[in-house]
Design a protein around this ligand. Structure first.
Ligand code: SF4
Length: 167
């Protein structure tokens, strides 16, 4: 059975920076859960960050690929450089995906780790821009398809294609 790597906060685990979860309620998600195909993972906690923790964003003008190359940082709202735990968590996500034979992931949109379509712009004003988190960037670099929880029908279609041998 095809497994899916999922952001732990979408699974109902209270691991977000604010100490809360962001549980996904969609029926597609419930079906996958009942089928036992979900592998829960939080890159930031796995990378060593506490719960709760200060919010963090990729620094203004940079993107995840630049952070991965060491050319930009991920900073907390009080200016601490948390790039290393974010990168460790991203590497751990790839290791977990490989351990479970995962070829696709559904990760929390907007996060500097898990975002797949947009991220916050580094100003801590709530503004977003198109982009990806560092875990998404690493997974995609290694051929793992990443969807957001906002596009579960597309993720489900991709799952069916993988299971039909078309992936
Ligand atoms: Fe959820 Fe990802 Fe943030 Fe962890 S790093 S709390 S899994 S969005």
């Amino acid at each position: 059975m095809e497994k899916i790597l999922v952001s732990a906060c979408l699974m109902g685990q209270a691991v977000r920076y604010d100490g809360r979860a962001k549980t996904a309620e969609h029926e597609i998600f419930a079906r996958w859960r009942a089928e036992g195909r979900l592998v829960s993972y939080c890159p930031e906690v796995a990378g060593g960050l506490p719960v709760p923790r200060p919010p963090a964003e990729i620094e203004p003008g940079a993107d995840a690929a630049t952070v991965l190359r060491g050319g930009a940082r991920i900073l907390t709202s009080d200016g601490a450089d948390v790039s290393r735990p974010f990168l460790n968590g991203a590497a751990g996500a790839l290791a977990a995906a490989r351990r479970h034979g995962v070829r696709m992931a559904v990760l929390k949109e907007g996060s500097p780790s898990c975002g797949s379509g947009r991220v916050y712009d580094g100003t801590f004003t709530g503004a977003t821009l198109p982009g990806r988190g560092v875990t998404t960037e690493v997974l995609r670099d290694h051929g793992i398809a990443v969807f957001s929880e906002e596009d579960l029908p597309a993720a489900d279609a991709h799952l069916r294609a993988l299971e039909a041998g078309e992936g």
